[in-house]
Each structure stands twice: as C-alpha cells, then as structure tokens.
Ligand binder design. Structure first.
Ligand SMILES: [Zn+2]
Length: 314
C-alpha cells in the first residue's frame, strides 16, 4: 500500500463506516451539479453567496457562503459547500478561474451547509480544521448524514473529510506571495470555529462567526461569541465575509448581529434573575428583532433556549 493510499484510507475510514451504515437512499438527486457563480470580492478572493433558505434537495445545500483565495503558487478553498454535488460544481468553477493546484481545504466549522461538499476535494493535501472538529464530527456526523440523507446521490460518497492539519491557536499558510492566518477560536457560534485573514487584501473571512441578513444561530456559547466578536474587531479588516449574507466593512456587517446577541444576553439574564421559566419567555426574549432577520422563526427559539441553558449556570 503506497503512503498516499494509506493516507487516503485513514481519511476515509471513520466516514466510510458512518456512510455505509446509513439507510438506503430512496430519493436520489441528479448527479449533474449546478453552475456556481463566484464573484471576485477582493483581488484573488472569490466568493459564492449562499441562498437564504434551509438545506434542501432543490438547493443542494447551497445556503452558505463558500469561496477560494488564489496565491502565486496555489489555491486555498474555504468551505466546500453543503453537498457532494455542490462541492463538485465548486471545483469546476475554480478550474474555470485558475489552473494552480489546490493546496488547502479549510473547513471553517462542522455545520453541514459548509462542509458536506468535502468529497470533491478528497485529494487535497492539507485539510485544515479546528482541533475540536474531529470530536464534533464524531458526535454529530451520523446524525447530520441521516437528517440530510436525501441530499446525497450516492450514500457511499463521504460527505466530509478528516482534517490533516488541526489548528490549536493559529496556522499560517503561504499560497506563494500571499499569507493567510487561520485562527481557531474559543467556543462561539460552535466549539470549532475558524476564521481566515488574508494579509494581501485585509479580508477577514469570518464564516459563521458573523451572520448578515439571516438570523445568527447559536450552537456554542453566547458569551463566548460576543468575546470572539470583540477579538475579531481588533484585527484591521477592509472587508468582512460572513458565513451567510452580503460582505461589507466591519462596522456595517457586524452591527445587527452585535445588537441581536447583546439583546439576547440582556433579556435572557433578566428573565433568569426574575426566576421566569424558559417556556414562559421563549417567545418574548428579543422578540423585537423578528422583523430584522430572515428565517427568524426557524432559529430564534432555539437561540433563546441555548442562551437560557448557558446563562442559568452563571
Ligand atoms: Zn454554522
């Protein structure tokens, strides 16, 4: 067995087990992927905007912002998208822009809409993720695959990959005349969030540490998330790319999320201080935000529940 083959087997062994143990898929989707459009939002930084929808067979999991950054020598992919078909379409789009090799696949966090296209990049040498990613994948991977099973045309295709480079604090990547800093954050949106900073254009790829237009979803720690937003603010960014929604400058992009998370924090703490039960406040905390966000009803109650559970132990 060659070294490369051994590495390939290692990457797949866990996911192979998980995927073949899935129930048979009855609703197969077309093998032909969509044409994905990428816009060059800063020099050499390409972004595809996801739709403001939930994951479905119709949208092939195309709901998150995904993209790539090109150096003089190689390319870094930032999130392969929400399904194998989407990942394959992304790879084709990259080839339309550059012939340079893809040296890094960065998985910003475990959520399926960001990483389930990973199989299209199985040959990439450096698969970068937070040091908590593998543990989170072991805990959630099977559940996600079952929940979204009809998104996968072939159940034997692994939906995401095992990291080969785990980021503990910070990882510096050189794409040839272009330096990226990948930062592993404390628990915030999830317990395995990465952000990417491109020196050349001062672009901060925040992924789901920042939501725009679509309501943020809390799957980590509310107080941690607000701290991480403070830390991100300290880095000069000419352009911030959120995990969902339009990119922009820091102050414009992050203000709605700051307002929402701070309101969630304050009103949940007040309810706990007054000994009001969660079931009695879940529809009241921060409900003034309902008109400010897309998909508010899909995620807000979950956010209040998560915040309450976290803050009642303070
Ligand atoms: Zn997410």
């Amino acid at each position: 067995m060659s070294i490369n083959h051994q590495a390939w087997m290692l990457r797949y062994s866990v996911l192979w087990f998980l995927t073949v143990s899935m129930p048979l898929i009855t609703h197969a989707v077309q093998a032909k992927g969509p044409n994905l459009e990428f816009a060059e939002v800063a020099a050499g930084v390409y972004l595809h905007l996801g739709k403001h929808e939930e994951m479905s067979v119709d949208n092939l999991g195309d709901i998150a912002n995904i993209g790539f950054i090109i150096g003089n020598d190689s390319v870094a992919v930032i999130d392969p998208g929400g399904s194998p078909q989407l990942g394959a379409a992304m790879r084709k789009s990259i080839r339309d822009v550059t012939e340079l090799p893809i040296s890094h696949l960065i998985l910003t966090h475990i959520h399926p809409d960001h990483i389930f296209g990973g199989s299209a990049f199985a040959d990439v040498e450096n698969i970068v993720a937070h040091r908590n990613f593998t543990r989170a994948l072991a805990q959630r991977g099977n559940y996600y695959r079952e929940a979204y099973s009809d998104l996968f045309a072939n159940p034997n295709i692994p939906t995401s990959l095992q990291p080969t480079l785990e980021v503990k604090d910070e990882l510096r990547i050189d794409l040839g005349g272009r330096r990226l800093i990948v930062t592993a954050h404390r628990t915030a949106h999830t317990d395995n969030d990465l952000s990417i900073y491109d020196h050349a254009t001062q672009t901060l790829w925040a992924s789901d540490l920042i939501f725009a237009q679509r309501i943020p979803s809390l799957d980590g720690s509310l107080t941690g998330w607000l701290k991480v937003m403070d830390e991100l603010a300290a880095r000069p960014a000419a352009l911030v790319i959120p995990g969902h929604g339009q990119p922009g400058d820091w102050s414009t992009v992050v203000q709605p999320q700051l307002r929402y998370l701070n309101l969630l924090l304050r009103e949940t703490r007040e309810a706990i201080a007054r000994s009001i039960r969660l079931s009695d406040v879940v529809d009241q905390v921060a409900d003034g935000e309902s008109k400010s966000w897309l998909l508010f009803t899909s995620h807000h109650r979950g956010n209040v529940t998560r915040a309450y559970t976290e803050l009642e132990w303070e």
